[in-house]
Design a protein around this ligand. Structure first.
Ligand code: HSE
Length: 410
């Protein structure tokens, strides 16, 4: 019997899923030992000139009620109506593969429970890092490890913008316009530049690695809007680059500290060289030490590749894959706040006079690692100490233009 796939949303990713499926259908069928076909494409729009126009439907109920449809690729984005549609598909026993990070970050616990109840799967490899295999490795290949930390570049648009500011000395606004012209930035670029997209992705990685749902509201999130090209240039002078970093660390007391913020990444870290719309995720575990996953974080076929990988896994899975899940939580007290955050820092400064920076740092108990005419790098400190240092600099007439934490990549 041919098992049927339905694709929800025929935009960039959904059309990529259909294109890649038909391109590699024979290989996919050989891999799964199963005859497969796309039966429906759900979208509000008509696509009269599309080769698969005859598969387009507008009513989700057609898909839910069709027993031939065993697998669903959700590529609509957003929470409503994607949540209702995906939930209904899972309740009907159809496995779902999604590229929708907002859906997973906000409703993952509910949808995972629905999949388990109905002996099917809710998979989301495409929701983090586009083409990069990171979800499956976390709960399979790395499952023997106690994971202590994850950090990476999780948003391609901001990485592209920061690279343009770094290499071509562009302003933030011009680099953002270019990203929009090239189709990298979301229609509303806020999700990219203000960090919400990276936040959703670190929520998903944190939930999977540490077993409890981490909701976006509990994650400290700062985007790249305030980064000036002078910050990027100073980072370059000091031997690094500014990147938007999504990270999560397990603290000594067992709580976790997830963050999204611009950070200086020094040149000896491999991810300082990750440019354009590429993403990279580093995972630290007690067995593996450090691993790094790298690839195209966005785009039609890269994301479709991850969605179809999930569909293939769903075809081969006998029941729910329990390890790819986490608990719902009543309270988020296991998530620590910024008062626990410690890191080395880069300060961009004006009016620096001889020795003044080093002496001021010493007076607050931190040390200067390196310094130029326009700023410095200082040793690791918490938020209070970072502010104390800035206040003391200001009190002696040095103007603090910016302070950016430095990623510790050991
Ligand atoms: N807007 C996202 C990015 C798309 O730039 O990374 C992939 O999630």
């Amino acid at each position: 019997m041919v098992k049927k796939i339905a694709v929800l949303g025929y935009g960039v990713v959904g059309s990529g899923v259909v294109e890649l499926f038909y391109k590699n259908k024979k290989k996919i069928e050989a891999n799964t030992h199963t005859e497969l076909d796309v039966k429906y494409i759900l979208d509000l729009r008509e696509f009269p000139d599309d080769p698969y126009a005859d598969k387009v439907v507008h009513d989700i109920q057609v898909i839910i009620d069709d027993p031939e449809v065993c697998y669903v690729a959700e590529c609509m984005g957003g929470v409503n109506p994607a949540f209702q549609f995906v939930n209904a598909c899972l309740e009907a026993g159809k496995s779902v593969a999604t590229s929708n990070k907002q859906l997973v970050a906000e409703k993952g616990d509910i949808l995972l429970a629905a999949a388990k109840k109905n002996n099917c799967n809710f998979f989301f490899e495409a929701s983090v890092g586009g083409a990069i295999p990171i979800i499956r490795p976390l709960h399979t290949c790395l499952a023997a490890n106690d994971i202590s930390e994850i950090a990476g570049i999780l948003n391609g648009t901001t990485n592209f913008i920061l690279e343009k500011m770094f290499c071509d000395k562009m302003d933030f606004a011009d680099a953002l316009s270019l990203a929009q012209e090239l189709g990298y930035a979301e229609r509303n670029p806020s999700a990219d530049v203000d960090g919400a997209d990276a936040c959703r992705k670190i929520c998903i990685l944190s939930s999977l690695a540490f077993g409890k749902h981490v909701y976006p509201e509990s994650v400290y999130t700062k985007g790249i809007r305030e980064i000036a090209k002078e910050d990027v240039q100073l980072a370059q002078e000091l031997g690094g680059a500014v990147k938007l970093i999504g990270a999560v660390k397990r603290l000594d007391d067992g709580r976790i500290l997830p963050t999204v913020m611009p950070m200086v990444v020094l040149n000896d870290s491999l991810i300082s060289h990750v440019n354009g719309v590429f993403n990279a995720v580093m995972v630290w575990g007690d067995g593996v030490d450090k691993t790094m996953f790298y690839g195209r974080g966005a785009g039609k076929l890269p994301t479709a590749s991850a969605v179809l990988g999930d569909i293939i896994d769903a075809v081969k899975s006998n029941g729910t894959v329990d390890s790819q899940s986490w608990e719902a939580v009543e309270d988020n007290s296991f998530v620590a706040g910024m008062d626990e955050f410690k890191a080395p820092r880069m300060y961009r400064l004006e009016n620096i006079s001889e020795d003044s920076v080093i002496k001021t740092a010493e007076s607050v108990g931190i040390s200067v690692i390196s310094q130029t005419n326009s700023g410095c790098l200082v040793s690791s400190c918490d938020e209070d100490k970072a502010k104390e240092f800035a206040d003391k600099l200001e009190s002696i007439g040095i103007i603090v233009k910016a302070q950016i934490p430095v990623l510790e990549d050991n």
